[in-house]
Design a protein around this ligand. Sequence first.
Ligand code: ADP
Ligand code: MG
Length: 710
Amino acid sequence: MQLSTLVGEIPKVGPVYIKKLEKMGVRTIRDLLFYFPNRYEDFSNLKRIAQLKINETACIKAEVIKIENQATFKRRFSLTKAVIKDSSGTMQATWFNQPYLVQSIKPGDTVCLAGKISIGKEGAFFSNPVYEKIWAGQNNGQNEFTHTGRIIPVYPEIRGVSSRWLRFIIKPLLKEFANKIPETLPEDIVKENNLLPIKTAISEIHFPSTAKMAEKAKYRFAFEELFLLELFVLGKKKEISQLKTIPMPIKVETIQRLVKSLPFKLTDSQKKVAWRILKDMERNRPMSRLLQGDVGSGKTVVAAMAGLNVIKSGNQVAFMAPTEILSKQHFDTLGALLQDCRINIGLLTSKTDKFISKKLKRQAVEISRKKLLEDTLKGEIDILIGTHSLIQDKVKFLKLGLVILDEQHRFGVEQRAKLHRAGKTIIPHLLSMTATPIPRTLALTIYGDLDLSLIDQMPKGQRKVKTLLVPQKDRKKIYKLIEEEINKGRQAFVICPRIEEKELEEGQEDKSGWSEVKAVKEEYERLSKEVFPQFKIAMLHGKMPTTEKNKIMKDFKRRKTDILVSTSVVEVGIDIPNTTVMVIEGAERFGLSQLHQFRGRIGRQGDQAYCLLFYNARSKNAYARLKALATIDNGLKLAEMDLKIRGPGQFLGTKQWGLPDIAMNALDDFSLVEKTRETAQDILTRDPELKNLPFLRQRLISFRKNIHLE
Ligand code: ADP
Ligand code: MG
């Protein structure tokens, strides 16, 4: 047998298990060895019966005096009871639904039992312990144990494949194969970083000799996976940097004219960032830049400056927003910002396509989709704004010079790389914008293909938003506050939580988000009928037709409504300066970054504003987490806390990326990420094709196959 041998060749693995293993992604012996435990139980400290305490988890070695199945009166329920003894005392052990045990454990046998000590009518007993028979002559060295008497691995649970079975299969394989696994990492890297060699690491990760060695083994594999991720991401970055595009010289006068026409003065930070972007696009290689800046820091005008320069060099711009409401808002904003620039702006939506022509200036007209697409292909549309519909095959540009992505967290490395190829004639630049700060570790990994810029200054000075955690009993006070604010001429948001899919009953999937709609509807009814009958209240959710959504937003903007009850999805990025109150229901369901974003929407006119968080007090950690929000106003800090608490999923959507858990869990370790990035950079300069590192090259190839950072 070899590492590449299929698991079916292992004598103890039959057809049923082959199928189950396949489902776990395990086909070969190598796959099995790289199927890692997600935790351990420490049974290394053998106790004596007399020392055991109720409720502790412990392990003992004892002799079996008696073992038998007991009659029970419940169907499908069996009870096996054993009496065991060592030189310090006697006790019982009980197993449920394992009647076959009486065949393998016999009176007179020596066994190790590990598990929880419970108390029953007949005194203390082992409840459903893990067991292991000790053979005569076994020297009791730790390595002879598989399920007890040592630190044992517990594997991610898959129906029908127990940790016990995996231990039973993997242990002998390790003996035979651990020494045959080739080292993937260059020797000097292993040494410099004080990593366990792969042969040791693979044994220690399954059957660690100490808890510390388990950690070291995990660290080694986390290092390896992140190192591969860096090789992958840096490789992509290099690939993109080698693409050639046509330089777009900075049209200084045009830009100056635009800046002068603005109703405000740019902040220094905006100027710096805009200049950097323009300089980037002057070169003959495509820009890939991520522009970060808090909500309200003024990213749109920076994008407009970049866009205008691209247009004036004879190219087109695609501007992509996450929702139709936001595309519409950008269409209006850009129309206003660029009204004197003699350019054509198109808006592509699911229903009514719009168009601002340079002759009509700000006056938008509706045109047919067909015409809009034709004009885009002819190069007559200078900026085309829309949602994901912009990257469909039907949309073709004559000379796409710049793609702007607003709040497109779900775009991964691969998709971004593809965008550079979306232009038919030239390679477009890419400017991605976000108000959610990217934790440093993610900026260096899953966003590692991008250069970063930050707008770190707010145009109108710091907003004054007071964040309060509100217990349910204070609801009345809060409604009073809202009433006062509205009577002062202000407006309020009420955000209702998204109901997570996994919280729904089994079999009742909610891919479409209807439960969220329900929450909004109920809250809307309650507020308009019972709480604020005197005010005008509107409701907004993602399931509404776009035209209706637009109308509701328009009405809210024009103060025709006082309170807007909304889901979380639709309002990201929405600009309503007159709102001073935001109520967030079920705040514990949101990430800190997201909540920080929400509150950035209010108090934009410099008045005191209030972000009021209702939360479920029973939810674990909710208070501590939300309290952090009330005291910390630094978006990056909150994002990094979020990453530690909730993991990286939320920063790139919920999709699986094919990154092993061991790497996912290490994505918050800054020093590790930094080290692997530097190491990858070194290797790529030394040996870009990995010619002298065949095993590493092999690993990278299969890594690429499995990863999908789309
Ligand atoms: P975001 O970075 O959240 O996308 P926007 O670009 O929507 O922010 O800008 C928020 C608001 O601030 C807009 O109304 C915009 O016109 C305004 N704004 C942008 N830059 C400045 C500035 N330098 N001075 C004053 N107001 C500005
Ligand atoms: Mg914005």
